[in-house]
Design a protein around this ligand. Structure first.
Ligand code: AKG
Ligand code: FE2
Length: 352
């Protein structure tokens, strides 16, 4: 735990951060890849716009779906506690997590959340694996259509993630479709988290935050908020005093941040940057989806033990892999344990 002086100093220097904006409608993928590469090396946070994906016969408005997600999310969190507790989070991290559960444990106060993940299809051998277990849903009589909204959103954001992954692959000097194969993004582990910050005030001198400082575990996170300010990032965790910069929400854009898996794969070239949420007394809602992007051969369960290891384009004789290879299941299991232990795992304590 930082001492009081450091914490106070770390919150004095706050400013807004101008971030790169990735336009998915830009046909010049190489140009997009060049600016994305810079953003990923700089801080791993960027905006994505023009993510509505149109096919021959339809235009799917993810923006409309997003609004519905926020409406439905609010309806759920507005339910009496006893109704929400019927969907209480289970051992595979799905369902409702009340505000008090994380209170004091993570330094996250007044925050309630709802988790859902990727489900294995019927008769799919993956279904038996912990990361593919069935979700828990609120009662459909109480919240009709809730489950469908969340499942559609989850599905649509996977398409946005795949579009971003093409440009990320180019930025890493890989083929555009490197991540979009049946071994990878066809079957990703993707956790969605709805959050409701219940209007308390952060107090850094007492280690109280909406969401304490952390890095995200997976490959990338797509974040939408209701526009209430709160998210901050710290580009250099070793700088004293730490400098925290606000990342504002922009209408029609997602905030994307890279996670630890991509930092490992890219041999530290791309950053998984520490971030936190300051609560400012207002209610705040956010929805994030974390893509784990694992090497999972279609319909093969042993794939849970695939390796996260340095990408071929990120190593050379003079730049040897910095992180040992680790199986995906070992890595994710360890990270989940850490984030549910007594204190939130600090970025310094990530598995080596
Ligand atoms: O609520 C937010 O703005 C950020 C939440 C976050 O960092 C996360 O879900 O990992
Ligand atoms: Fe996060």
């Amino acid at each position: 735990m930082e001492n009081k002086t450091q914490q106070e100093a770390s919150t004095i220097k706050v400013s807004f951060l101008p971030l790169t904006c990735l336009d998915l409608a830009n046909f010049d993928l190489l140009q997009s890849a060049v600016s994305l590469k810079q953003a990923c090396m700089d801080c791993g946070f960027f905006y994505v716009i023009n993510h509505d994906i149109s096919g021959f016969f339809f235009i799917c408005s993810i923006e409309e779906l997003k609004e519905e997600v926020f409406e439905q999310s609010k309806k759920f969190f507005d339910l009496p506690l006893e109704d929400k507790m019927k969907a209480l989070r289970n051992e595979t991290h799905r369902g409702y997590s009340p505000a008090l559960e994380q209170n004091q444990i993570h330094g996250d106060y007044n925050k309630e959340s709802f988790f859902m993940g990727t489900e294995g299809l019927k008769d799919d051998p993956l279904k038996a694996k912990p990361f593919y277990r069935p979700n828990i849903w609120p009662d459909s009589d109480v919240l009709p259509g809730w489950r469908m909204t969340m499942e559609n959103y989850h599905q649509e954001l996977l398409r946005v993630c795949k579009a971003i992954a093409r440009i990320l692959a180019l930025a890493l000097d890989l083929d555009a479709d490197y991540f979009n194969t049946s071994e990878m993004l066809e079957n990703p582990i993707a956790y969605m988290r709805l959050l409701h910050y219940e209007g308390g005030m952060s107090d850094s001198s007492r280690g109280i935050y909406g969401c304490g400082a952390h890095t995200d575990h997976g490959m990338m996170t797509l974040l939408a908020t209701d526009g209430v300010m709160g998210l901050q990032i710290c580009k250099d965790k070793d700088m004293k005093p730490q400098k925290w910069e606000y990342v504002p929400s922009i209408d029609g854009a997602y905030i994307v941040n890279l996670g630890d898996v991509l930092e490992r794969w890219s041999n530290g070239l791309f950053k998984s940057t520490m971030h936190r949420v300051l609560a400012n007394g207002q209610d705040r809602y956010s929805a994030s989806i974390k893509f784990m992007l694992t090497f999972i051969p279609f319909f093969l369960s042993p794939s849970h033990d695939c390796l996260i290891e340095c990408l071929p384009t990120c190593q050379s004789e003079n730049n040897l892999p910095k992180y040992p290879a680790i199986t995906c299941s070992a890595y994710l299991t360890q990270r989940y344990k850490e984030s549910h232990r007594e204190t939130r795992a600090s970025p310094e304590n990530r598995p080596k």
